[in-house]
Design a protein around this ligand. Structure first.
Ligand code: 4FV
Length: 241
């Protein structure tokens, strides 16, 4: 599962350039029986299978023998929600062990004895933690210097100041009668910055008011938000809704 996502485009180049190193550890290689069994039925009965503690313990201990400070993250819906802030923090770790579960998940003793942090990529259930691990590798790697074409763009991301990003446009100026906002063609950088901040505030106020509560807002921002909410209100009242 990991081959293609890590060969393609930005991540592939980051690996080529040695900015990141990805090692896949097969838990089956740490089983001791001839059938390389990694799962078993749950004590207490119930559906599905549970991943056994021993193979996972040996696999993690093998990696930590070489790198004792490696930070072990278990991808699970029960984990802390991954967001840009947590991605930024984790991107500063020199060595991450990403444990990908399958079946109903891992034996609880894996968490108690080996896991430093549990992370969820969203409130839905995957067939395995692998895709979640890939999401983490992607969002952490693009924050590392030298991975994105221009490091600056990671700073201007959505969520960089916990606001959603402003609308983006590129050529052509007009597409089937839909044209690019004039301010973006004006060359007036102050005006462009003001427009972009206003549109980021508008989009965030409308789609993710929860983020506004976390954002660092200036006096001007608050005035802009009031204007936006008033105009929204007038508009909705106008529509008689
Ligand atoms: C998941 C998530 C996730 C749960 C059972 C793997 C699956 C299976 N991981 N964020 N959402 N994991 O659904 O991280 O073992």
């Amino acid at each position: 599962m990991f081959s293609s996502p890590f060969e393609a485009s930005i991540l592939g180049k980051a690996i080529e350039k040695g900015r990141i190193e990805i090692r896949i550890v097969n838990i089956r290689d740490f089983t001791s029986d001839k059938h390389h069994v990694v799962d078993d039925t749950p004590y207490g009965g119930g559906q599905g299978m549970v991943m056994k503690v021993e193979p996972i313990a040996r696999a993690i201990e093998r990696v930590k023998a070489e790198s004792p400070s490696a930070w072990t993250v278990y991808l699970t819906p029960q984990g802390r929600s991954l967001n840009q802030e947590r991605a930024r923090a984790l991107s500063s770790k020199a060595h991450l062990i990403l444990l990908c579960g399958r079946y109903e998940g891992v034996d609880e003793r894996v968490r108690e004895m080996f896991v430093d942090e549990e992370v969820s990529i969203g409130d839905y259930v995957l067939t395995g933690g692998e895709l979640a691990a890939m999401v983490m590798v992607d969002t952490l790697s693009r924050l590392l210097p030298g991975v994105l074409g221009c490091d600056q763009s990671a700073e201007e991301d959505s969520f960089s100041d916990s606001l959603l990003e402003y609308p983006q446009y590129t050529r052509p100026v007009d597409f089937r009668g839909h044209s690019v906002p004039d301010v973006l063609l004006s060359g007036n950088h102050e005006a462009i910055l003001r427009w972009r901040r206003k549109e980021a505030l508008r989009r965030t106020a409308k789609r993710r008011p929860d983020l506004l509560a976390k954002a660092t807002l200036s006096e001007t921002d608050r005035k802009v938000i009031d204007e936006i909410l008033q105009s929204e209100e007038t508009r909705t009242r106008g529509d008689g809704v």
